[in-house]
Design a protein. Structure first.
Length: 162
């Protein structure tokens, strides 16, 4: 008799990650020890989408909230991958961006930061899919700057949504 697989939740956490790139290095952040998921892990800036929020505005919002930086985030996602967050399935949409204004100020979600090349990030972060994203983003031509960073307040939906 076949063994039944455990039921997977139909619910997914939706999240964004932003690879903030400066001078061929990515901004790496260490999660605070009191975080509920992955305390002490090195990552890029990231966060969950709020109800009704689209990924791009979430990426711009998270960049400002977690770093104090205005980041020119490329509108087209760099990549996306499936992950797990504290036992829940999660979809992560990854963007690239360039800091354009502000002074780096960490939120209480992180307790340290470093500007790292791909190899140094791979040594610090156990998140293999994020490491792959960082490596590919740093090997590609540098992000091109758009006219101005998008405001973080928009949560609109595309026209023609079903």
């Amino acid at each position: 008799m076949p063994v039944a697989e455990p039921a997977r939740s139909a619910r997914h956490v939706a999240a964004v990650a932003v690879l903030v790139i400066r001078d061929g290095r990515v901004l790496a952040l260490r999660r605070s020890q009191d975080k509920d998921a992955a305390p002490g892990v090195w990552e890029t800036l990231s966060g969950r989408l709020e109800a009704g929020e689209e990924p791009y505005p979430a990426a711009v919002r998270e960049a400002l909230e977690e770093t104090g930086l205005a980041v020119d985030v490329e509108r087209r996602p760099w990549t996306a991958y499936a992950a797990d967050r504290a036992g829940e399935p999660m979809l992560v949409v990854v963007y690239r961006g360039t800091p354009v204004a502000g002074e780096l100020t960490l939120s209480d979600e992180h307790d340290d930061h470093a500007w790292l090349d791909a190899d140094a990030f791979a040594v610090r972060s156990p998140l293999s899919k994020l490491v792959e994203a960082v490596r590919s983003a740093l090997e590609a031509p540098a992000p091109t700057r758009t006219a101005a960073p998008a405001p973080a307040s928009g949560t609109g939906t595309a026209t023609g949504d079903a």
